[in-house]
Structures are given as structure tokens and as C-alpha cells.
Write a new protein. Structure first.
Length: 312
């Protein structure tokens, strides 16, 4: 599985994306935005940092003109994401990053079935994308909090990765990549698939996993046997579960669908966080109680690994 790419990118959405900060920010980070798909604006252009970018009505039209497109970034409204994603897949694009969150669960299921049948990688829904500091930005992460280095960040949290990256940078630990899995209950790419990628990533020397108590989609992390299988990556890993110090149990506050609501009443933030932490401990993963502890834990884990290699 290949998550990162420096190839050409297609952006799908509405006219609002043309006036926002995200397209110029991606271009400033080295992202090659080759085409934009906005229904009704086909034939026009968007003035980017590197020149005019063509706008098409359909993905098929874009890929006919620019067949080298590798990644589609989807900014469409939630009700239109499924059609946009299926259109991208039918256009031959095999890497989708769904920025929009709050999708209907059945739409996500249909999308992931199509993705599996076609060998398409889906990141999200509700993902902030992928950032390689001083390399490429595929999404809406904030690059000014990050610096190049060897620590990878996998996050289920909307903004915590930026805070952790800043703390790592201040401690002299740059980042190799930041991957935001997304905020929806059902996700296309999970923690374990990211580990498969990072295991063979030569830039990554250590990994930080950021989760939170309300993320029901992280239940794969509750299986300590599965964690043990996938954590044989040979690289130090530190985890932090936001919300694990909540003083009392309370129901999950955000339920985006009827299906998710059937389970929300049975799950509490405190108990879910404790289950995750217990599973991570069984897998012998270092756990931070607070975000500011992560840099020191990473340094200790990397030093222990170096010492173990020296002894052997």
C-alpha cells in the first residue's frame, strides 16, 4: 500500500474551494494540483501559484487530458461525496482522500466496497489528509507546525497532531509524515494499514499514534493480539489517547448517523479510553498521559532501540 505521493493531484468540490486558503497552501508545499472538477465551471481556470489550473465538469474529462493524475482530494458536500468518489474511481484514480466528514454510513459502505473491488486506497472520510514536511501536502493540515525529520504521526484527532508536531520540533524531533485517518465512524484506512506503510518507510524512525476517547472507529486497537501482530515494525511507537482522564463517564456526544446511534448508548468515553489504553499496554506500547510527554518518550524509546542494537 502506498499512501503518500508526489504525483499529480485532482481536486473535487464546489466553487468555495477556489477562494479558500487550502489550494494555495498545498501548492506552496509542493503539491502538483493538475486539475479541478467543479460541476458548472468546466472550461474555466483557477489562477494558482504555478500558473492557471484547468477546471472540468467531470473527472473523466480531466483524466482524458491529464492521465497522470494519481490522487483525488474530495471536498464535496457530504451528500455528494459518494458520487464524486465513484466518479474518481471510474476515472482510473486509485488514491482518494475524502476531506468531507459526516457522510451517511451506507454511502461509506458503498464507497469502500467499490474501493476494495478496484484496489483503491481511501483515506477518510473526515480526513485532514497527509503531510510530508517540506515535501507535499495532500489535504488541509497546517504545515507551519511541522518540520522535516524521522517521527511519523498517525492521528484520529482533528487538530492534536499539529500540537504534538510542534512539541516534537521544539524537542529537536522532526516529522517524516503526518497521516490523519478521519473523523467518521467508518473509515477507509485504519491504524494497522498505516503501520504496514510505515514499516517499510525509510524516512520513519519512530511512530506516534494519537487517538481519542470518542473514536469508535478505533476499536481495532482494542484487539491486543492484532496489535501485537502489526506492531512488529521494528520502530519505537508511542500512543496518546485524548480524554482518558475524564473524571466521569458520559455518553459519546457526537453521533452522525442512525446506525452509529444504536451503539453510542452502550459506549462511554471513559470506559472506551480505558479499553484502548489496556490493549496498548498489553502490546507493550509506551503511553503518554499528556501530549507534552510524547517527545521525551520518543527519545527514550529511540535510545533504548539504539542500545539494544549495540548490545546485539
Amino acid at each position: 500500500m502506498k499512501l503518500t505521493s508526489t504525483g499529480k493531484v485532482l481536486v473535487q468540490g464546489t466553487s468555495e474551494i477556489l477562494t479558500g486558503k487550502h489550494l494555495p497552501q498545498m501548492q506552496a508545499c509542493g503539491t502538483k494540483i493538475a486539475a479541478i472538477v467543479i460541476v458548472g465551471l468546466g472550461g474555466s481556470t483557477w489562477s494558482g501559484l504555478g500558473g492557471d489550473v484547468p477546471i472540468f465538469d467531470l473527472v473523466e474529462q480531466a483524466t482524458e487530458v491529464i492521465p497522470e493524475i494519481e490522487t483525488a482530494l474530495i471536498f464535496n458536500p457530504a451528500y455528494a461525496v459518494l458520487d464524486a468518489a465513484l466518479e474518481a474511481i471510474d476515472g482510473g484514480i486509485r488514491r482518494l482522500i475524502v476531506i468531507t466528514g459526516g457522510l451517511p454510513p451506507l454511502d461509506i459502505v458503498r464507497l469502500l466496497r467499490k474501493a476494495k473491488a478496484t484496489g483503491t486506497t481511501v483515506l477518510g472520510p473526515g480526513s485532514k489528509g497527509i503531510l510530508i514536511p517540506s515535501g507535499v501536502l495532500l489535504g488541509i493540515q497546517e504545515p507551519h507546525f511541522f518540520s522535516p525529520g524521522g517521527v511519523a504521526i498517525i492521528s484520529c484527532c482533528s487538530s492534536l497532531a499539529a500540537e504534538v508536531a510542534l512539541g516534537l520540533t521544539q524537542a529537536g524531533l522532526g516529522q517524516s509524515v503526518s497521516i490523519n485517518l478521519g473523523s467518521d465512524t467508518i473509515l477507509g484506512t485504519d491504524f494497522h494499514r498505516c503501520l504496514e506503510f510505515l514499516k517499510d518507510d525509510p524516512r520513519t524512525e519512530a511512530i506516534v499514534f494519537l487517538d481519542h476517547a470518542n473514536s469508535g472507529h478505533s476499536n481495532l486497537c482494542l484487539d491486543s493480539k492484532l496489535l501485537g501482530k502489526y506492531l512488529n515494525v521494528g520502530k519505537p511507537l508511542v500512543a496518546y489517547v485524548a480524554g482518558h482522564l475524564l473524571p466521569r463517564e458520559k455518553p459519546i456526544p457526537e453521533v452522525g448517523s442512525v446506525i452509529a446511534s444504536q451503539f453510542a448508548s452502550m459506549v462511554t468515553t471513559t470506559s472506551n479510553a480505558k479499553l484502548k489504553i489496556n490493549a496498548l499496554k498489553k502490546a507493550k506500547i509506551s503511553i503518554a498521559d499528556y501530549p507534552h510527554q510524547i517527545p521525551s518518550l520518543i527519545k527514550t524509546a529511540m535510545a533504548d532501540k539504539f542500545l539494544a542494537k549495540s548490545v546485539s
